[in-house]
Write a protein that binds this ligand. Structure first.
Ligand code: SF4
Ligand code: SF4
Length: 171
């Protein structure tokens, strides 16, 4: 079996397995793990950084699969991960819409590159994993893997994958 055939087979089994877990209403943690694995099997990230600074001015922080939206949640996150204290919450209608980072220089360079938090080191993969897309103005882009066109997609997850394809097909 060639490596592409092996990849196709593994992903097809994963698609069916994930679809069944969704159908029976399996544990959220298992669903999240399988969904994240599936996304990385079906898509890859191309392109390169163009130093726009969008990622450092439009951050979202996700803990345990949930986006931080209140100051209380943010304070708790800073206690468990003090490196988050560099992020400035931006409030819109009483909830945190996003964070800006005080380490970003006027040239859109990271002022603490070696000490940057894991969510920065994991970008852009973390953005794709948590949100299913990458900033429209980012030099990185999410692309479908070539073999994914030959897969059979179960109906109950087809829409979610179509949404990912559609939001990442922006010019
Ligand atoms: S948004 Fe993308 S292009 Fe802009 S600084 Fe971040 S990684 Fe680079
Ligand atoms: S620590 Fe650096 S990479 Fe992370 S958000 Fe701040 S400026 Fe950007």
């Amino acid at each position: 079996m060639s490596s592409e055939s092996g990849h196709w087979f593994r992903t097809q089994v994963l698609l069916i397995g994930y679809s069944m877990v969704v159908w029976i209403g399996g544990l959220k943690s298992i669903r999240l793990f399988l969904w994240d694995t599936l996304k990385l099997e079906l898509f890859y990230i191309g392109g390169h950084c163009k130093s726009s600074g969008h990622c450092c001015k439009g951050l979202n922080i996700v803990v345990g699969g949930d986006r931080i939206e209140t100051i209380r949640q943010f304070e708790a996150a800073c206690v468990s991960n003090p490196s988050y204290s560099r992020f400035l919450p931006q409030i819109n209608h009483g909830t945190i819409s996003h964070f800006e980072c005080r380490c970003l220089s006027s040239e859109n360079r990271c002022g603490d590159y070696l000490g940057r938090p894991k969510i920065c080191r994991d970008y852009p993969h973390s953005m794709f994993i948590h949100h299913g897309y990458i900033f429209a103005g980012c030099g990185y882009t999410v692309l479908p893997k070539r073999f994914s066109r030959r897969l059979w997609i179960p109906r109950n997850i087809r829409h979610s994958l179509d949404v990912i394809r559609s939001i990442n097909s922006r010019a």
